[in-house]
Design a protein around this ligand. Structure first.
Ligand code: APR
Length: 236
């Protein structure tokens, strides 16, 4: 495919490439995304589970939703595409990854420079006293041992501020990037969806379906992230 050859050349020429990934990066690992036909939000209204209101007013549904997502990670692991991004970092072809994903798969695959813009589902804290606690306590529906408050995973809920350090780091990296690889995201959730517009460099989208922003960017390749990254990797 000519586009893949072009993108492989851009990656080899770029002195600073940054990847921006979303849930489509993990579906080939067996993790559902959100807005595809088989995505989470086709069966559940995010307002009822992924908001502070849900945490405060509908804790049972909130806890069961995140417990299901945490349980869904069991037996799943990073796929070849995650590993290729980690190898490109080691080989100097990828500077960092800004991810909306909370599954930790980029780090598990060996990537070191990862900005988790929407937090992590692998760690838990008390929503009242912020005391960190064990994942199993949250999965068991327990309350905080210190203050009896409600436990929650360290994911960013709709309406919450993004963690400042990862956001500032991702923004700086993308601003100064020569190439941004947008992989497996519908680019519908702000402020992350704004990031590709902040770069001085080129932007290439690798996504299974068209996104709302395809027309704004130099290169759009539709396909599966794992497969496209493997094809690209043969040329890098
Ligand atoms: N390869 C490439 N693209 C894929 C693949 C795949 N194997 N599987 C799915 N996709 C694409 C889908 O076509 C879709 O456009 O990935 C995109 C995933 O989009 P969303 O489900 O909207 O996920 P994302 O963009 O990461 O959502 C952003 O929304 O619900 C919140 O906090 C949540 O971080 C999430 C944010």
């Amino acid at each position: 495919m000519a586009e893949l050859q072009t993108l492989a050349r851009w990656i080899k020429e770029s002195s600073r490439t940054v990847a921006l990934t979303g849930a489509g990066m993990s579906t080939e690992s067996g993790i559902p995304d959100f807005r595809s036909k088989s995505g989470w939000w086709n069966n559940i209204d995010p307002a009822t589970v992924a908001t502070v209101e849900a945490l405060e007013e509908n804790y049972e549904l909130f806890q069961s939703f995140y417990a299901a997502r945490i349980g869904g990670l069991r037996g799943c692991k990073p796929h070849r595409g995650h590993q290729i991004l980690a190898e490109w970092e080691q080989r100097g072809f990828l500077h960092s990854i800004a991810t909306q994903n909370v599954d930790g798969f980029h780090q598990q695959a060996g990537s070191k420079q990862v900005c988790e813009l929407h937090g992590s589902i692998r760690t838990v804290r008390c929503s009242t006293c912020e005391q960190r606690t064990e994942l199993d306590a949250f999965l068991a529906g327990q309350s905080c041992q210190t203050c009896k408050g409600r436990l929650r995973p360290d994911v960013v809920l709709f309406g919450e501020m993004l963690p400042q350090e990862p956001w500032q780091r991702a923004l700086a990296d993308i601003r100064s990037a020569e190439l941004v690889l947008v992989i497996g995201t519908s680019l519908q959730v702000y402020p992350v969806a704004q990031l590709p517009h902040m770069t001085q460099g080129r932007v290439a989208i690798l996504n299974y379906e068209p996104t709302a922003q395809d027309e704004h960017f130099e290169l759009v390749i539709h396909g599966k992230a794992g497969e496209l990254l493997q094809q690209l990797n043969t040329q890098i």
